[in-house]
Design a binder for this molecule. Structure first.
Ligand code: GLP
Length: 238
């Protein structure tokens, strides 16, 4: 696991987006899995700026949403699909059919997940991940096995509580669908993103603690091409 530390949040944004532009230049057909949450938002803004400035293009790339909340209305702004559209995909040159997402409204979720994994080809070129304060990746909560496929999951209470940061109502989702740890860990390259003081403790446990399903992010240490991008605050305890 490479740890890349940046002195400020803006240097951290620039660090990630510089690598991302490079990957798109090297492989315009990049298949990318993207998270939501507040962490990647400034990076997405910088990629929108890069596309507008002609420094990057998603015209031949494919983007897959990392997860989706259950029980929210299709137009709820807090849904992963809608957040990705609002912050990145609605403003870049990605073809409409090159954005794939999970739909909790489809009754046969198991079949949908199998199809998603098959469409992915069981791995991505590049996966960007945020991290939950309990070490979750996407919605792979503590206890998720390294072998877990894309599937329906029940959310932990802390994850439910933190979803209130994106939702404008008190109707918090208790379950979701997530890309599993198996396709994530099978991917060619993984970037774990963390910024701000609230992530310092879990980043320290991820990098220096035991490798264990109790902290799903620690399983990334077994991957041969995983980088952790932290700003000074998230990397404070390293
Ligand atoms: C949610 C998302 C994750 C995200 C995490 C952290 O649980 N499902 O993909 O990484 O929140 O969010 P934030 O970046 O807002 O702290």
């Amino acid at each position: 696991m490479n740890v890349l530390r940046f002195d400020s949040e803006s240097a951290w944004v620039q660090g990630v987006s510089t690598f991302w532009r490079d990957r798109l230049r090297t492989n315009p057909h990049l298949t990318i899995c993207l998270p939501t949450g507040l962490t990647p938002t400034p990076i997405y803004a910088d990629m929108v700026r890069s596309v507008r400035a002609g420094q990057a293009s998603f015209a031949q790339a494919s983007i897959y949403a990392l997860d989706e909340y259950g029980d929210l209305a299709p137009d709820d702004p807090g849904r992963t699909r809608n957040m990705l559209l609002e912050h990145l995909i609605g403003h870049v040159d990605l073809p409409t059919d090159a954005f794939r997402f999970l739909d909790p409204g489809i009754p046969d979720i198991e079949q949908q997940c199998e199809r998603y994994d098959a469409a992915i080809g069981h791995s991505f070129d590049l996966v960007l991940l945020g991290i939950g304060r309990n070490g979750h990746l996407g919605m792979n909560e503590p206890g998720s096995s390294a072998d877990s496929p894309t599937r329906r999951v029940e959310l932990h209470d802390t994850t439910i509580a933190s979803s209130a940061r994106y939702l404008k109502h008190g109707n918090l989702p208790r379950w979701g669908i997530t890309v599993g740890l198996k396709p994530i860990l099978a991917s060619k390259e993984i970037w774990l993103l963390a910024s701000g003081p609230a992530k310092a403790d879990v980043i320290q446990r991820t990098i220096a603690g035991e490798i264990s399903e109790d902290v799903p992010a620690s399983l990334l240490r077994r991957h041969s091409n995983c980088s952790v991008f932290v700003d000074a605050e998230a990397g404070r305890l390293l």
